[in-house]
Each structure stands twice: as structure tokens, then as C-alpha cells.
Design a protein around this ligand. Structure first.
Ligand SMILES: Cc1ncc(COP(=O)(O)O)c(C=O)c1O
Length: 399
């Protein structure tokens, strides 16, 4: 029942896919590296890569190989039994991070749910039932009920009431607001080192180091949400390496699966206090997903992809800086590695994003004043040049 006509497909989509967001009338059919092709055969330069997910580009050969080989061996023996790729990936992740143990699941939100549960369990076991978690205003931690409650998004304040109790939003990069909100009920502080969905806002190093100190002093757990910043996005394997701190709990998703659903909660041994049955999930540590994760992380290490992130990231940032000089509406650049943003004043970035799409460039506008770039970590300078050329041709129309 194949149908390659875009209009017919869109008609079918409108009739059968539940409405949750506005999508353009494009149906993607295939991808390779930094490019996507739609049903009409049109080619797009993709600077969002499945939402910072396809870190090796679309359909990376190492991932295809891992999927092929693992699918012939074992897809899912149930989470009640060990399997080889899950053990190997857990061993690799603990050997390259400051963490001791790993729990695998599917999405960033689920990993953060796991981190929240672990912190609450720690609070109930060792801190007199402390359960409150301080998060940051403008933060994003996912779309389950608890992670929506944790996320400091003003827009979500009243949605799906009642909220999950126990989350306090503190001003980002304001250490006094953290101090003010700490009480004997606090079990954890949960933080993104760069607020990605919030518009690529970096946390200050002194702020993060002081949070670490406060956590140590008060036996409060520091949860770092590295769903977007982890697995090389900022130019180090994990974002915390740039801040000279070690979290007690870290969550990973997005890049770790290279496009396949996989996420992880990592924790220090002293924090791992789950008892049998406290945490789980049918799709926890499936060999099909963890085999892919293993291939992705190994490829990043073996091919020294982090050097590319740093080199091409600096080049990209410098090219974006030139746009600040060229266009009145462009007022700055932000970000680290290959999580970059262009800041605007007096523009509507969703209109700029839409115009880029017409010109076959896929970028993201997390808010009215920001364009965000989260390309494949192996993107080339030539592909950056292509992106900048399209952006310039679009910005010429908006300035
Ligand atoms: C920092 C952060 N945490 C959590 C999430 C949620 O991840 P997922 O959409 O895989 O549930 C995201 C997604 O963008 C994110 O950026």
C-alpha cells in the first residue's frame, strides 16, 4: 500500500495522526549524514538532527551495522535478564565518566523521572523523608507529569493540573535564590548546564561550583540533566567536565542512541539506593537499543569526534558572529561546542525559521528571539558554509 505522493500522504496524516503540534506539509523519506530528502526528492540541510539526537548524522553506517547484527542475535529478552550489549555499554559509560552505575530506559523524560525517583528514595532513606527538588526557571526536563512539573516553564504552570508536588523553581544563575529555597525538605538540586530548549542559555561556572559546594555541605544530591549536553554536544563527552564538578546523578538521552530511543540514569555508588521493584520498565536495557548506543559512543571515541565538535564548533560560532556584524536584527551568539544559538532583537524567529525551511535549511527557533543549531557532531566546515550562505540569503529579506 505504498504511496509516494506528498499531498495524499498529508491527507492521510491529517486523518490518522493525533494533533499535538503544527507540522509543515513535508514528508521525509530518507536521510544521510547532514541531509534529509522528502518524498518529492528535495534535499534539506538538517541543523537539528532529530532534535540533537542523530549525533553521527542520519543513518550512520556504524549504527546500521549494530542494528543489523544485533537484530539477528537478540532484540529483547525482557528487562528481567542481563544481556551483553547493555552490560558492555554500562561498563563503557562508567569507565569514561565519574559515575559508578547505570539504569537504561528510552527517553530523556523517563531518565529524569528515574533521577527524581532515586533522589526521593535517597531522601526517604537517609534524609528524614526529604523530597523537594530545586530546579531552575526556564528549564526543560521532559514531558511526563513529574518532569513537566520539574521544568521551569511558565507556560506549563497550569497545564494538566494538579501538578506533581515537590518542585521549586529558582532563578537560573542566581546562587542566592538557590540558598533561599533550601530547607530540610530538600533532597536534590536538578540543573541543565546549558538550557537547550530554554534558548541555549549557559550556566555560569562559579554558580555551578557553588551549587556543588552547597550540596556537599547539606547532603543534597546534585542531578545534572545532560540529556541535551551529554555525549559530546559541548565538545567534551559530558558537559560537567567543563565545570570542574562531578554530579551525584546524571541523565543522558538524545545523542546516546544516535536517533534510536535510549536513555540512561547514571549515579555514584553511594546514591544507588533503589530496592528490588522500585524502578524498571519493559524496555529497560534492550539489547537492540544498547547495541546501537555502544556503537555510537565507541565511534565518538574511536574517530575522535570531540575534536571535530571543538574545531567545527569554533568555526561555526565565528561564522555566526559575522552575522552579528552584518545584520541589525542579529544581536549576539551563544552556546558551546555544537549547541549554538543566534540571538535576535526585533525579529520573529519563527518566520525566519519558516523561510529557511522554504530554502531547504532546517533550523529551530526555541523562542521569538532565538535560532538554535544542533547539527551532527561530525558536520563539516563545508556544511557549515552552506548553512551560513542560506541563512544570509534569508536574513537579507528580514533585515
Ligand atoms: C535537557 C533536556 N531534558 C529532558 C528532555 C526530554 O527528553 P525526551 O524528549 O527524550 O523525553 C529534553 C528534550 O529536549 C532536554 O533537552
Amino acid at each position: 500500500m505504498s504511496c509516494t505522493n506528498t499531498n495524499e500522504m498529508i491527507k492521510k496524516a491529517n486523518a490518522s495522526i493525533m494533533y499535538t503540534t503544527n507540522r509543515p506539509d513535508i514528508v521525509f523519506e530518507k536521510g544521510k549524514g547532514s541531509y534529509l530528502w522528502d518524498l518529492n526528492g528535495d534535499k534539506y540541510l538538517d541543523m537539528i538532527q532529530g532534535w540533537a539526537v542523530c549525533c553521527l548524522g542520519h543513518c550512520a553506517p556504524v549504527m546500521q551495522k549494530a542494528l543489523r547484527e544485533q537484530s539477528e542475535l537478540l532484540i529483547n529478552p525482557s528487562p528481567s535478564y542481563y544481556n551483553v550489549p547493555a552490560i558492555e555499554l554500562a561498563e563503557l559509560l562508567t569507565s569514561i565518566s565519574c559515575m559508578d552505575k547505570v539504569f537504561f530506559i528510552n527517553s530523556g523524560a523517563e531518565a529524569n523521572e528515574g533521577a527524581i525517583k532515586l533522589a526521593r528514595k535517597y531522601g526517604s532513606k537517609y534524609k528524614n523523608g526529604a523530597y523537594e527538588i530545586i530546579t531552575a526557571k526556564n528549564s526543560f526536563h521532559g514531558r511526563t507529569l513529574a518532569t513537566m512539573s520539574a521544568s521551569g516553564k511558565e507556560k506549563w504552570k497550569d497545564i494538566y493540573a494538579p501538578k506533581v508536588d515537590g518542585f521549586i523553581w529558582a532563578e537560573y544563575n542566581n546562587i542566592d535564590d538557590i540558598r533561599k529555597n533550601i530547607s530540610d525538605k530538600t533532597c536534590a538540586i536538578m540543573l541543565e548546564l546549558v538550557q537547550g530548549e530554554g534558548g541555549v542559555i549557559e550556566s555560569e561556572k562559579d554558580y555551578v561550583k557553588e551549587i556543588r559546594r552547597i550540596c556537599d555541605e547539606n547532603d543534597i544530591l546534585l542531578i545534572i540533566d545532560e540529556v541535551q549536553t551529554g555525549i559530546g554536544r559541548l565538545g567534551t563527552m559530558f558537559g560537567y567536565e567543563l565545570y570542574d564538578i562531578e554530579p551525584d546523578i546524571m541523565t543522558l538521552a538524545k545523542g546516546i542512541g544516535g536517533g534510536v530511543p535510549l536513555s540512561a540514569v547514571l549515579a555514584k555508588d553511594r546514591v544507588c539506593c533503589f530496592e528490588a521493584g522500585d524502578q524498571g520498565g519493559t524496555y529497560s536495557m534492550t539489547p537492540i537499543a544498547t547495541a546501537v548506543g555502544l556503537s555510537v559512543v565507541k565511534e565518538i571515541i574511536d574517530k575522535d569526534i570531540l575534536s571535530n565538535v571543538n574545531e567545527v564548533g569554533s568555526y561555526f560560532r565565528a561564522e555566526l558572529d559575522k552575522l552579528v556584524d552584518s545584520y541589525k536584527i542579529v544581536c549576539g551568539t551563544r552556546g558551546k561546542g555544537l549547541l549554538l544559538a543566534l540571538a535576535f532583537e526585533g525579529a520573529d524567529c519563527s518566520a525566519i525559521q519558516a523561510e529557511c525551511l522554504k530554502n531547504k535549511l532546517i533550523i529551530n527557533s526555541p523562542n521569538k528571539n532565538t535560532l538554535r543549531f544542533m547539527p551532527a557532531l561530525n558536520i563539516t566546515k563545508e556544511e557549515v558554509d552552506e548553512c551560513i550562505a542560506i541563512l544570509r540569503s534569508v536574513l537579507d529579506k528580514f533585515n
